[in-house]
Design a binder for this molecule. Sequence first.
Ligand SMILES: [Zn+2]
Length: 479
Amino acid sequence: MQHSAYIKAPLYGLALGLLVSAFTACGGSEGKTGSLDSWKDSAKGSTVTGEEVSVLAGDTLLAKGDYTNFTLGGQAYTEPGATSALLFHTQAGKGGYEVLFHNGAIDGSTKTGSLSHVRNLYRSLATDTAWFDFEMAVRGKNIAVSINGVDVVCYTEPAQPYRSADHTDQLLGKGAFALVGKSGKTAFKNLHVTVLPADATNPNDTLPAIDEQNDAIIRLQQKDFPVIDWHVHLKGGLTKEQAHGLSMNYGINYGVAPNAGEGGVGRMLANDQEVYAYHDEVKNHPFLFGVQGEGRRWITQFSPEALGIFDYLFTDGMTIVDKGRISRIYRAEEVYYDGRSKEQYMDLIVDQTVKILTNEPADIYANPTYIPEDMQADYDKYWTDERINKVLDVMEQNHIALEINPRYKIPSFKIIQMAKDRGLKFTFGTNNVDANFGKLEYAIEAIQTCGLTPADLWFPTMSVRRERQAVDYNHFGKK
Ligand SMILES: [Zn+2]
């Protein structure tokens, strides 16, 4: 991808909500805002009118009208666990797109604001049992969705969209709105539509449309296979605004994580105060929020409460303690063989990894099975079955997920297969160094090669880290 694309990345969150409501009768004339307050219940043959309307599982409410370019705004309220959808460009509830309403914990289900099967989202910016604002807009080929004033979808339908057999009619055209109840009860109020001119454009839509004929991500989205990169760092020039724009453009949910501890590259959080300040800074962005325990002292530097505010916590085995020295094994000058063979050094790495995963309460083993650069050519020789099983044993005992890392292309498919056979769960995580990172290519290869399904994926609702004890096994706290 060309670098200029990033420079053009817009300041998201500014464009929607500029239209001042001027309520008039419901109608289709350009530039006018009208209330969407009359719905036909097709099953019951009745009409529902009023400022507030609700749907239950199985309900389909149809509104009159034929809209092409528009903005639709309002408020929604979900009872615990409720799921519903607002359809647009639909003909009697068939075809067109749907925007989903479903809140709650990050459990792998698609969340509020999702443009279903095209831009599925996995963390909601809204909560159950509280009214929240939403807005959606179609301008030309661009579809935008915002929740509580934050853009969560900016999708441009390309000239040749990819649609699976289940979703062939999920395309822009024109049509009406519909409300569909899927489970529980969702209420909507103050729904208002503004008709936009035929040449309307989204000023925030500055990144090139994805060529879906050659895009693996849309194929996963169409299957509702969660597409999440859990290991994104705001470093090397990647700002949170750019990450936001890229995430929406690519259709990859980003788990954005700072490093907590010492010794890593880029921004480090050093204490609880910095953790809370960071969290405040990013909390309104549509990211999943992780934190990476960095170095080995991190377990003594933070309270469980502070680290507990993140959706997930991960660490890696790239920093080890060797005869009392800290070695970052991704730096050749810190790999001290001291007359030991590479086999002996490999034993040290495995031993350290087992200690880390035993004593440091992480959800995910990141950059897994990384070995020093001068050993990488013989990765399969050093990662013997016995060594692999030592690491997988401790992961299994502590319910730790295995990251599949596209930057380093690790772990090997053999190890992924062994982990899958044990029932271990997986995350995909890049560990980017700058703004120019890929689209989970190695993880997508692993899905295909190892037959991974959504049931193999880890989500924060599976986390046990808050019940685990951080053990200061290196006795850093005593110094
Ligand atoms: Zn990292």
